[in-house]
Design a binder for this molecule. Sequence first.
Ligand SMILES: [Zn+2]
Length: 277
Amino acid sequence: MTSGSAARPGLRVLSVSAHPDDAEFGCAGTLARWIDEGATVTMCIVTDGSTGTQDRSLMGTNLSQVRREESQRAAEIIGAKEIVWLDYRDGYVEYSLDLRRDIARVFRRTRPHRYLVMDPTPTIDDTFVNHPDHRAVGQASLDVTLTAGTTPGHFPELLDEGLEPWRGLRELWIMGPGTKPVVSDISTTIDRKIEALMCHKSQVGDDADRIGQWIRERNAQLGRAHGYSFAESFQVIRQGPGFHAGQDVDEGDLALAEPPLDPASALVSRLEGSGPE
Ligand SMILES: [Zn+2]
């Protein structure tokens, strides 16, 4: 299955990933293409990246500052509007209600039409074990669409912050690693994807050329069967309680995607509408 899903102007996209370079590996080509087509992208990064090194002299706050700067440069190359950092400690993320609420806060604030998340599966394509941070962040990101992001009674403190539930989601995209059933054409953005990935010097280091080549070959392989020069692959879900599925994004639909009315005020307007004869 292929997806040519274009991004119309006004389309809002939120990606949530565990580590500063995850989105560059998994979905940066697709994000860049949608941005070229007029979408606005927010990237949420859950951890501070502070333990992603074999060099002991770099561990801790030094590394998290370096990685923040690397991600900022990468986001500029992709064209993202904003990075939201949740600053969980790299490598120590556990699934928790705090994590679900923190992601829901970003989800409610950015009100995405497309939402890209990590895969929470424990093992990938019979080839490797998925990182525990990816699993926890992926699961919490998915759960937000059913509970904390879309339902007013979940974490009512978010209402106190002025963050209404968001029920205007149209598409949920679960990114790789691994091969997923929907491929997204990134032929026009593969170079930016690799350039963004190369911003993460603390990670690619002396191996930059080899990693860049490996990504190029991997994305070419994903595209080959579908006639694309380069592609990324995803699982895409378009229905569920929090979704307005199957609707294009135009002005009317954007209005439809406004947060639901407060039930109490809806009742008042119904009563006023059926006033005394
Ligand atoms: Zn990662």
